[in-house]
Design a protein around this ligand. Structure first.
Ligand code: SF4
Length: 331
């Protein structure tokens, strides 16, 4: 999976680092002073992630917990995200990470105690429920068998009933999660799309069936689940594809007990849109009409977006989701 592993001296004695080096013992390894001196210093084309992906292990410096953008999660409560990794092993054609960092290399930060401290400080500033989202710059579950941080966050949030944690993923890698006791304030949320769309656009991600099976297993033993239908991409037979998606979801899941379902239509910042055109010039994503929108993002025209969202909402309600569990993402 990795062409080289670079480890900051500050974490080289960590048992997690030892475990990773043992697992990848044939991969060249190098000690470094500071990830920031190397990662992204020289621009590395995004698609090199296919055959030349490096892994960095170290500590995140600076601010670890940040306020999430408006309309990021359920309305009415503050939302923050924390940073424990950069980049992702999957390759979705619309992924905003391709315009965000100068490198697709994976960075895993191991100073979770520092993140935990900032989470507690953030909670202390609020009187209401505060949300924390893992995986803003990565996938929250895909590498948890290597990173082993889930027990730390489960312990942390057990003692923080005023806070909620969202683990956001496209992975079906739930083995580490299933070793833990479900907690009401930790929600695992899965991004889903129609299977045909996953095959065409969400390269290397687990199939819809694999994700749904993983979700069903978690729900059966009491893990609270969320669903993100995001990004929704219009295509021929759009309604039929989403009708089938909801039918498949209903086959595997108790949809009435889903904590929330978010709906977000495909959108890009200008720089990501440029990267998508460069990296995936043949992508079906680019077939539609896009406009610069109210927040500078490139989107479908507003009436079209609202028509799409209306259809999805209708299908969600027909499938048995509770109206109060539905929200629009980034609209
Ligand atoms: S799973 Fe998420 S983070 Fe990973 S490539 Fe796809 S969109 Fe990007």
């Amino acid at each position: 999976m990795f062409s080289r592993i670079l480890v900051e001296k500050s974490v080289k004695e960590s048992p997690i680092v030892h475990g990773i080096l043992e697992r990848f013992k044939h991969v060249p390894y190098q000690e470094i002073e500071n990830i920031d001196d190397i990662f992204g210093r020289v621009k590395k084309p995004y698609l090199q992630k296919r055959d030349n992906l490096q892994l960095f292990l170290g500590k995140k410096k600076g601010q670890l917990v940040k306020l999430a953008p408006d309309a990021y999660g359920l309305a009415g409560e503050p939302h923050y995200y924390f940073i424990h990794a950069y980049n992702c092993i999957y390759e979705c054609e619309y992924c905003y990470l391709q315009g965000y960092f100068h490198s697709p290399d994976i960075v895993l930060f191991l100073n979770h105690e520092d993140i935990g401290r900032e989470i507690k400080e953030t909670i202390a500033k609020h009187d209401q429920t505060v949300w924390f989202h893992a995986g803003e710059f990565s996938d929250s579950l895909a590498l948890t068998h290597l990173t082993q941080e889930l027990p730390f966050y489960f312990d942390l949030f057990k003692n923080l009933p005023k806070a909620k944690l969202e683990l956001r993923t496209k992975s079906a890698n739930t083995k580490e999660l299933l070793k833990l006791t479900p907690q009401k304030n930790i929600i695992t949320s899965f991004s889903l799309s129609p299977e045909k769309r996953i095959k065409k656009t969400d390269l290397k991600t687990p199939s819809l069936k694999h994700r749904l099976k993983a979700m069903a297993e978690l729900q059966k033993v009491g893990f609270p689940l969320g669903i993100h239908l995001d990004p929704i991409i219009h295509e021929d037979q759009f309604e039929k594809s989403y009708q089938e998606l909801f039918e498949e979801m209903a086959e595997y899941l108790d949809l009435e007990n889903i904590e929330y379902l978010s709906m977000g239509v495909v959108r890009f910042t200008g720089s990501v849109f440029h990267q998508v055109k460069k990296n995936y010039p043949q992508s079906e994503l680019l077939a539609a009409e896009f406009h610069s929108s109210f927040d500078g993002k490139v989107r479908y025209p507003k009436p079209f977006r609202y028509w799409i969202l209306g259809k999805i909402k209708e299908l969600a309600l027909q499938a048995g989701l509770r109206e109060e569990s539905l929200y629009l993402c980034m609209e």
